[in-house]
Design a protein around this ligand. Structure first.
Ligand code: URP
Ligand code: ZN
Ligand code: ZN
Ligand code: ZN
Length: 467
């Protein structure tokens, strides 16, 4: 028996269009759109009608960069797949792509199996995986082909964190050459970790132990240098490249130059780099630890260049890099030594609202909001048009968004399993009202009506965004 829902009277916004339309959902998919008030739309009957008058009807957000339960810095990211995906839904995100981790000395398969075990049966929304490649060798390279075939089509490598996730240039080149053959996309953490470790050691020797020194040693120039090197290695390999969590304007310039040359080089930034700065890292009484992530927050003047990059399409995606650690007991591991503060910020619940605020503030248009938060991440990682748009045949992952509602971000009211908000007290205009995932109500007029296990693993095709 088919189940039908109709969403009436809202402004449907996709990356390409805005139209006052009714949306018909049947068996978990978008069945049709028709201009509101027309006979075609009025003729639809359905078991459930959602009134979206005065609201936006947008695709569910696609957050292409999360780290639920990541083991890192001697502890684990504090959101499980259950708590983190529930929080994502509250924030209007209906798909996450999380990073499975290959531990050094182990296979990609073991890492992927471990992440399937963590996520399976626990997610409120759909999920996919990228694979962190920490140990490039002949076996790993062969395994990359197999993973691409089964829907894990992107691989993260690290030029940072020597001794943990780090790959040297030779390992990076080999993985890029492989991805050039198998259609995979290399995602690069672009910071010169070898040089940064020297600066960390020197800073600590000078007694510079506060969180703000995290931002000082992880220099913008060392992000730009690594970005440049990654681009050149990708060019030599003939492979596309996606640079994650870009924060430095000098790195944006490297991406822009490469794109002007016509290279398949792409950049992601995150809300923390658009809305927070080194001023937060410098907050007294160790509060700055709340803002320790890598790449680090930058001085405010970088923000304008990130917004510009998003407008000019030199940056294509905004993901969260959601990697929460509680202040009490986790961030505190780095009291007296900033290098021991677990790296990462919470944000999976905040992204869609912060980017809507960017619309209100005039940084981007409404359609660009949907493009950078839904459509392009879906295209970049092989989920489009199943995810990332509202069109016949797409999964009915739909958010009813109230563009007028006011809210104040706070740890008291958020749903992420972390004891602080990086945006505590920030007032924003716009709020998620109702969320459907494959036609099922996950959030209903600001009540959680979803359940763990609704979300399913979603294999991906290869990148659909190449030039
Ligand atoms: O600080 C961060 N970004 N933590 C998560 C791991 C990573 O590098 O993405
Ligand atoms: Zn990273
Ligand atoms: Zn990350
Ligand atoms: Zn369900």
């Amino acid at each position: 028996m088919s189940s039908r829902t109709v969403i009436r009277g809202g402004l449907v916004i996709t990356a390409s269009d805005e139209m006052h339309a009714d949306v018909l959902i049947e068996d978990g998919r978008i069945a049709a759109l028709a201009a509101s008030g027309t006979p075609a739309a009025e003729a639809w009957t359905a078991e459930r009608t959602i009134d979206a008058t005065g609201k936006y009807v947008i695709p569910g957000g696609v957050d292409a960069h999360t780290h639920m339960e990541l083991p890192f810095g001697g502890t684990f990211a504090s959101d499980t797949f259950e708590t983190g995906t529930r929080a994502a839904a509250w924030g209007g995100t209906t798909t996450i792509i999380d990073f499975a981790v290959q531990s050094v000395g182990h296979s990609l398969r073991e890492g992927l199996d471990a992440w399937h075990a963590k996520a399976g049966g626990n997610c409120a929304i759909d999920y996919g995986f990228h694979m962190i490649v920490s140990d490039v060798n002949q076996e790993t390279l062969k395994e990359m082909d197999l993973l691409v075939e089964e829907g894990v089509t992107s691989f993260k490598q690290f030029m940072a964190y020597p001794g943990v996730f780090y790959s040297d240039d030779g390992q990076i080149l080999r993985a890029m050459q492989r991805s050039a053959e198998n259609g995979g996309l290399i995602m690069m953490h672009a910071e010169n970790g070898i040089a940064i470790d020297v600066l960390v050691e020197q800073a600590l020797a000078r007694g510079e132990t506060d969180p703000r020194y995290h931002g000082e040693v992880r220099k913008a120039l060392l992000e730009a240098e690594a970005t440049h090197r990654a681009i050149k290695l990708a060019q030599v390999a003939g492979a596309p490249l996606y640079v994650v969590h870009v924060s430095a304007m000098e790195a944006v310039a490297e991406l822009a130059r490469a794109r002007d040359e016509g290279l398949n080089v792409f950049g992601e930034t995150c809300p923390q780099y658009l809305f927070l700065s080194t001023d937060n890292l410098a907050e007294p009484d160790f509060e700055g630890a709340k803002y320790v992530c890598s790449t680090p927050l930058r001085p405010k003047e970088h923000q304008a260049q990130l917004w510009k990059g998003l407008r000019t399409n030199d940056l294509q995606v905004v993901s969260t890099d959601h990697c929460p650690f509680c202040f009490v007991g986790q961030k505190e591991l780095g009291r007296g030594d900033f290098s021991k503060i677990p790296n990462g910020l919470p944000g999976v619940e905040n992204r869609m609202d912060l980017l809507h605020q960017a619309v209100v503030d005039g940084h981007i248009s409404r359609r660009r909001w949907i493009e950078i938060a839904c459509a392009t991440p879906a295209r970049m990682f092989g989920l489009y048009p199943k995810k990332g748009t509202i069109a016949p045949g797409a999964d009915a992952d739909v958010v009813i968004y109230d563009p007028q509602a006011e809210q104040v971000m706070s740890a008291v009211t958020h749903h992420m399993n972390v004891d602080y908000s990086a945006y505590e007290g920030k007032q924003t205009t716009g709020r998620v009202e109702t969320v459907l995932s494959r036609g099922e109500l996950v959030i209903t007029e600001r009540e959680y009506t979803g359940h763990a296990g609704h979300g399913v693993y979603t294999p991906r095709s290869t990148c659909q965004y190449l030039n």
